[in-house]
Design a protein around this ligand. Structure first.
Ligand SMILES: Nc1ncnc2c1ncn2[C@@H]1O[C@H](COP(=O)(O)OP(=O)(O)O)[C@@H](O)[C@H]1O
Ligand SMILES: [Mg+2]
Length: 170
């Protein structure tokens, strides 16, 4: 029952990535944790923008530069979005120091680069790995900005046990 459940999808452009974020947001509720991994420029912030749009939060979701975490309150009902850049954290103790535990209950928390750090915050979580495939284009010729992203979803814990991942991505 606690086996992680997975699916994957290819997203041709940034709009498709934002659209996936919107669809994820339709499933997300207060207390949920989403852990995003992927290289710089993979599309983690782009996906978070879609989640923010879907949740209907105040303000623009931007790359959490200079800050470790930003809280976006909801415009209407629904949970806030807490957007965390774990890359700026030295370690788990610092993530703790943000007092995220208190807002974890009330907000949807999205952690970029969360792999290896954010797991300790919640057993129930949705992990999203965003990758730029390297096949097909010669090394050095690939435009780092453009192109398809391969996204893998991995749902862990009871919270996600009954969620149809296929419906989320297709
Ligand atoms: N399929 C795609 N999904 C997400 N971003 C894409 C895609 N194709 C191109 N891009 C571009 O790649 C960049 C991703 O940047 P960003 O979301 O900030 O990445 P990260 O937060 O992972 O560092 C943006 O400029 C975006 O427009
Ligand atoms: Mg980012």
């Amino acid at each position: 029952m606690n086996e992680p459940r997975t699916t994957s999808v290819d997203l041709p452009d940034a709009d498709a990535t934002r659209e996936l974020g919107r669809r994820l947001a339709g499933e997300l509720r207060a207390g949920d944790l989403v852990v995003l991994t992927g290289d710089l420029g993979a599309g983690k912030t782009t996906l978070t923008q879609g989640i923010g749009a879907g949740l209907g939060i105040r303000g623009q979701v931007a790359s959490p530069t200079f800050i470790v975490a930003r809280e976006h309150p909801p415009l209407a009902g629904g949970p806030a979005l807490v957007h965390v850049d774990a890359y700026r954290l030295g370690g788990l103790d610092e993530l703790d120091a943000l007092d995220l535990d208190s807002s974890l209950d009330e907000a949807v928390t999205v952690v970029e680069w969360g792999g290896g750090l954010a797991e300790a915050l919640a057993e129930d979580r949705l992990e999203v790995a965003v990758e730029r495939p390297r096949g097909g284009v010669a090394e050095g010729e690939q435009d780092l900005e453009a192109g398809v992203r391969h996204v893998r979803l991995r749902a862990l814990g009871r919270r996600w046990a009954d969620v149809d991942l296929e419906r989320l991505v297709r």
